[in-house]
Every structure is written in C-alpha cells, then in structure tokens.
Design a protein around this ligand. Sequence first.
Ligand SMILES: [Mn+2]
Length: 377
Amino acid sequence: MVATLMGTIAPRQGLEDALKSIAGSPVVVLITGHPDPDALGSALAHQRICQELGVPCTIANVQPVSHRQNRAMVKLLNIDMLQVQSADDLAPFKYLSLVDTSTAESTIDLPADLKLFSVVDHHKAAEVDCAFVDIRPHMGASSSIYAEYMAHGLAPLESIMGASRVATALLFGIQTDTNDFQLATAADFAAAAYVRRFTDSDVLKRVSRRVYSASGMTVLGRALENMVVVRDFAVAGVGFVTLGDRDAIATTSDFILQREDLDTVLVFGIVEDRIDGSLRTDSPSVEPATFLTTVFGKDRSGKPYGGGRADKGGFQIPLGVLAESEDREALWNIVDQIVRSRLAKVVPEIEREYERQHPDTNGHHHEETSSRFSREF
Ligand SMILES: [Mn+2]
C-alpha cells in the first residue's frame, strides 16, 4: 500500500469507497480491443468486487475474442460477455470501468451519458480524470493489481463464491502478460502466489496448452511454402486470412523464429480490408517499431502502421479501395510484391532471393499457389 506513505488512501480503499458511492447503478466493463487474458482476468475481478459492494456489473466487448487460447479461457471459465454492436447496447449502463487500458474502445461511439468511472491499468498513460484511477506501470499485469486489492481484503478470494473462476483468470492474466513470469516483478509474484491457492489447476492446464487450430496450421503451411530467406531474415506471405484466424499470423511468425539460423521473421497476409502482419525478432540490432517504420513508413496522420502496445511487432496497413477488388488473386499478387519491394529498403537482396527461390514466379507454380488461396475463401 504505497499510497498510504504519501498520506493518501490505499488504492484498495479508494476503489471500495468509489464503488460504495454508486451502489445500485449499473456499471459496464467495456474491454478495449480483442479481449486478452489480462483484460479478462481484471474484468472478472472488477465484476466480483462490484457484486460484493452491491454494484451491478456487466463485462462487454466490441471486438471478438480472436486468439484460440483466449476463446478456450472464456469457455472454460464461463465468462459471460455482452457483445456490443452499437452505442444502443450500452444504453442500460450509467458508468464505464476500464481495465488494462486507459482509453475506451474507439471502433464505436460511446453514449454521451455513459460516465467514465474507473481506470485500473499497468500501461503508462496521460492524465485520466474519473472517480477512481490506479495506473501502475511498474506492474507486469493489471490482473496483479486486482489480485492485490483482493489480497488486501476487497472481496477476498477466501470469502467469495466462485473464487476459483476469478483466481484462475487472474493467474492466467498475470502469466500471459509477464511472458510466463519472465518479466514478472516481485509484486506480480506476490499477486500470483495469492491467487494460486484458489486456482483450478485443470482449467489452467487446459487453457495454457498451446494448440494450433486446423486453420492456424494451414496458415503456417502456406508461410513455410512461400518463405524467402536472406541470411538470418525470413519473410513469408500467407495470402488471405479470415478475421477469426488473424492470430495465426503472429503464431506462425513465432513458430518460424524457432528455426535456428533465423533471428528475424516477418509474416503477412490480407485480413478483411488490410494487410495484417507480424514481425518477430531475437536480434539485438533489430528494433521492431523502427524496422516497421523504415519499411512501411507512416499513415497520413503520421502514425506508424505498427508497434501498437497490444501486439509488439504487429502491424496493419489499410488497403483502402483496393480491398474492394474482386480479383483476389491479383490483389494478393500486388500486396505480395509491394511488401517485398518495401522490404528491399532494409534487406536489398530480397528480390533477387525471391526470384531464385521461386523461379516460376510468372509461371505455373504461382498460379497453383493463387488458386489454392481462392479455393479456400
Ligand atoms: Mn495487461
């Protein structure tokens, strides 16, 4: 309880007081982006604390749970979420609580009378103004912060019904955001140790197991087939990928990086109306954000296409009106060629290697590849 040293109240007490002051008013925890384990764990804990204090709380999301493991977590822990399509769906709520972020979902307009009530996060943020704010960038996970509230007596896991659901979600959140505890601080370990006693080991084991879906393996297969290697760098285009499989691009990149002679891997495909890609690197000299900006530049508003905090090394480039093209084969060929020529700025040998490794570029191998893409979608 660091804050007490400064003469202010402990965060746990601050949240309790703030929630007591709105007892009976409906709160929504609207998850920003694709729900991940840390956001889900924090949201469940927030909901449980609200219930304890007589505040009705609903967890909601706009964007789908896109990662297979996260879908398993939602299913195995019975996490009930309101799928929000438009501002109307949020009309029943008076207050908005944000977890694991300090910015609300931007893909929908929030109702004007939905009031920001609380922010609990571990990402650095600009000043936030609402009834309760606890932003601690030194913590490895927002789930660690919520676990700490509970350890300090706010809806303690010892006393609440269904503690194992909340505890398991929190542990999974901490585990995921700290990269299996490699990045965990002493406070994260303390939080994890507290929740660990209440977790459901069977669920944890089932959720943590890394499994490739059939479609994920298809994406991986395409990447291995189309991969071009220049020294320790590899690039692989995977064609069209459905929104539900977009995480396969990142897992494919992770997989290829395991090849011993490679230290930087870029995998890209077309997801809906954009190029969606993932850069993974072990190289001490490659900084993903710089690499991506050098290769792809910035958008019109001056923002880089990649380097978002949610997915380090992930990038998205809108295709604009090109996305409307009905000739998917032609569209893919254009995208594939553009990415390669952009990469040539950083890896000049890429074009030559591509020709060498794909000698049939304008011939039948190419058509075969393309027709496989179009057959699938
Ligand atoms: Mn987080």
